[in-house]
Design a protein around this ligand. Structure first.
Ligand SMILES: [Zn+2]
Length: 426
């Protein structure tokens, strides 16, 4: 089989010489590319966060959080955010979905609408309307939903509710609607199914919690146990009674690593083929690091941190993917988040240098695509598969680098929100 990755011969850039303004230029230049190449069509049904208009709106929302005065082709990023969000909401009306995940269902654009109307538009009535729409129309679907994973399922739904809580905590009307009981109802369903799945698991050593998606026990971030547990642990009060099971499940997962630090995509597919956020180590590293950050003193957290550090060497070696450079799901810059997050947690500058190396290299995506060294992703402008993912990464990398240069790296991890949706932005 031909390799899925390019041999990594990147130079390690010096942090002193790296210039955040160069990264800001990548953000601006590439956001203009998206604006030009992926304009709004009123006939489109591209509503979702994963690869549609809501993903572009999410990207502008994140840029607005980083710098509300940023303009792209003459317009402020906040205005571009609401424009793409409106397109996503109209496109969603042309489609139906039974699913409830943040990334691929109507819940994503609706949750973003609650947050954007509250924070950017300062229109509480509209924000409340969208909150009511989610709870009236999608909450009972979340109860009936048969998947628990991040993309379509219940973990994605409670992520959406947490995203709203984090951004709208100062809006009393929304907080009165979005009660802890509502989240608890779904949280407990995920736990109950996880306990059943653990007891029925095909694993020789059964984990306390396990979920299946389409009949397979996935291990990774997008459909699997790593992504679900990382979301559940965000809800500290609700997670408290199940903390042992949640951590032991993660310890079990860390034991499933190959010698080289990669992970099988599922229990039934144990090949060491994929090194990408959706399958393999690059999705598991952000999940482990999020858990470590939330519970730094828990006995198992240090095991998760060591496992993440081990995986980072493999991601450096095999993380430049021929599938594409800039997307988050199965492209190189999704993989590069492992380095950026590891730097923030450990302050090991080698990890920041690796993030810079991937970031600078991926900025040459047009040249590399023309040379046919890498492919054009299926959805080349989108957030999870294409260039918008790169925009978020370069924005975050610039923020971290500038902080290192001006404040010795002391403020970013605490005060700035990184924008890899479902992993770093809570
Ligand atoms: Zn993928």
């Amino acid at each position: 089989m031909t390799e899925r990755y390019l041999k990594n011969s990147l130079d390690i850039p010096s942090i002193n010489d790296a210039n955040p303004e160069k990264l800001d230029h990548f953000v601006k230049f590439n956001t203009e590319k998206i604006l030009f190449n992926y304009p709004i069509s009123h006939y489109s049904r591209d509503y979702n966060v994963y690869d549609g208009y809501a993903g572009i709106a999410f990207t502008y929302f994140h840029l607005h959080q980083l710098n509300p005065n940023l303009t792209i082709a003459g317009d402020k990023v906040g205005l571009l955010c609401t424009t793409y969000l409106s397109a996503a909401l109209s496109a969603a009306k042309k489609t139906t979905t039974k699913h409830v995940g943040f990334l691929i269902s109507h819940v994503g654009p609706l949750a973003l609408a609650v947050v954007v109307y509250h924070t950017i538009e300062k229109n509480s009535d509209e924000a409340l309307n969208y909150m009511n729409l989610i709870l009236d129309k999608y909450h009972h679907l979340a109860i009936k939903e048969d998947s628990n994973e991040l993309l379509y399922g219940r973990a994605g739904y409670i992520y959406a509710l947490k995203f709203i809580q984090n951004h709208c905590f100062d809006n009393e009307e929304i907080m009165q609607k979005l009660t802890d009981d509502k989240i608890k109802e779904i949280f407990e369903l995920i736990i109950v199914e996880g306990q059943k799945g653990g007891a029925d698991s095909n694993s020789v050593e059964k984990p306390p919690l396990m979920w299946s998606w389409k009949g397979k026990e996935y291990l990774g971030a997008v459909h699997g146990v790593a992504g679900i547990v990382a979301i559940l642990l965000q809800f500290k009060n609700l997670a408290e009674p199940y903390l042992n099971d949640l951590f032991q499940t993660m310890e079990w997962l860390a034991k499933n690593a190959f010698e080289n630090g990669n992970y099988p995509s599922s229990l039934s597919n144990r090949g060491d083929h994929l090194v990408q956020v959706c399958h393999g180590a690059p999705g598991i590293v952000p999940a482990f690091l999020k858990i470590y950050e939330l519970y730094p003193t828990h006995a198992i957290s240090s095991t998760l941190l060591s496992a993440a550090i081990k995986s980072s060497d493999l991601i450096w070696e095999r993380g430049i993917l021929k599938k594409g450079l800039t997307g988050l799901c199965h492209n190189s810059l999704g993989n590069a988040y492992s380095f950026l997050l590891l730097y923030l947690v450990t302050k090991n500058e080698e990890q920041l240098s690796r993030a810079l190396a991937f970031g600078f290299y991926a900025s040459q995506w047009e040249k590399e695509t023309e040379k046919k060294r890498v492919k054009v992703p299926d959805r080349p402008w989108s957030l999870w598969e294409g260039l918008a993912g790169g925009v978020i990464f370069w924005g975050d990398l610039s923020t971290v680098l500038r902080d290192v240069k001006t404040n010795m790296g002391l403020t970013v991890s605490r005060e700035k929100v990184l924008g890899f949706p479902c992993f770093t932005d809570l």
